[in-house]
Design a protein around this ligand. Structure first.
Ligand SMILES: C[S@@+](CC[C@H](N)C(=O)[O-])C[C@H]1O[C@@H](n2cnc3c(N)ncnc32)[C@H](O)[C@@H]1O
Length: 209
């Protein structure tokens, strides 16, 4: 199976994380092999006693989150219909953030999908809009991380070594993070993961959902 970035984020979340929260921007749209980050994170959150906040601009995807929850054992989750940029602008801090929102233009999107962007977001599915969305999101959170926080951006690589010719979702967001207090830990599964520069924290204060 070809994994996506949700697997990379999971690999860096330590064991003692009870009460922490994963925020994903870009909820499950279709259950494709290696995708469905929402189901993957719900499962992880149940196992680790964490919370999931799943944000998508499309109400159909928000409904998918609620449907997905039925497949898990009492997950603690919020399903929010909102632009990721707007949601992240209003939070004060975060634990783990997974960015898999506005699609980049890999030239294989269906007309239905492109039309959905026009209907729901009132804009075109273009690389420039994808890059702006992800840049605005990292700008909104770059100074809101806790010492142990992680940010994972999906769909940035074609394989484990090379950036995509289409640049993917990190084209402008990655340089911004690197210039604003974050360092890259690993690139894998078409994704990149970052941690805050500075000492980490072994025993975080518990959080209440
Ligand atoms: C690649 S899909 C997410 C896939 C999902 N993470 C998974 O693994 O199944 C991208 C999603 O981002 C949503 N999206 C696009 N622009 C957005 C924005 N500005 N804010 C929030 N969601 C957005 C789309 O509606 C779509 O559902």
């Amino acid at each position: 199976m070809a994994y996506h970035g949700h697997k990379l984020l999971e690999e860096y979340i330590p064991t003692n994380v009870k009460g922490r929260t994963i925020i994903e921007i870009g909820s499950v749209r279709e259950k494709l092999s290696g995708q469905n980050s929402t189901g993957f994170f719900m499962d992880l959150c149940v196992k680790k006693d964490m919370n999931l906040v799943s944000v998508d601009m499309d109400p159909k995807c928000t409904e998918n989150v609620r449907e997905e929850a039925k497949n898990h054992d009492n997950p603690r989750f919020l399903a929010i219909t909102m632009r990721g940029e707007d949601y992240l602008a209003q939070i004060h801090n975060f634990d783990y953030l997974y960015l898999d929102g506005f699609d980049y233009d890999h030239k294989q999107h269906s007309q239905v999908r492109k039309d959905r962007y026009k209907e729901v977001l009132e804009c075109e599915l273009t690389n420039e809009n994808c890059w702006k969305s992800h840049l605005d999101m990292v700008k909104a959170v770059a100074d809101k991380g806790r010492p142990y926080s992680l940010i994972c951006i999906d769909d940035v690589l074609t394989d484990d070594h090379c950036f995509s010719e289409f640049k993917g979702k990190g084209e402008t967001a990655i340089p911004y993070l690197l210039a604003n207090g974050w360092e890259e830990i690993e690139r894998k599964y078409q994704a990149v993961i970052f941690k805050k520069i500075g000492p980490g924290e072994d025993t975080p204060p518990p959080q209440h959902f």
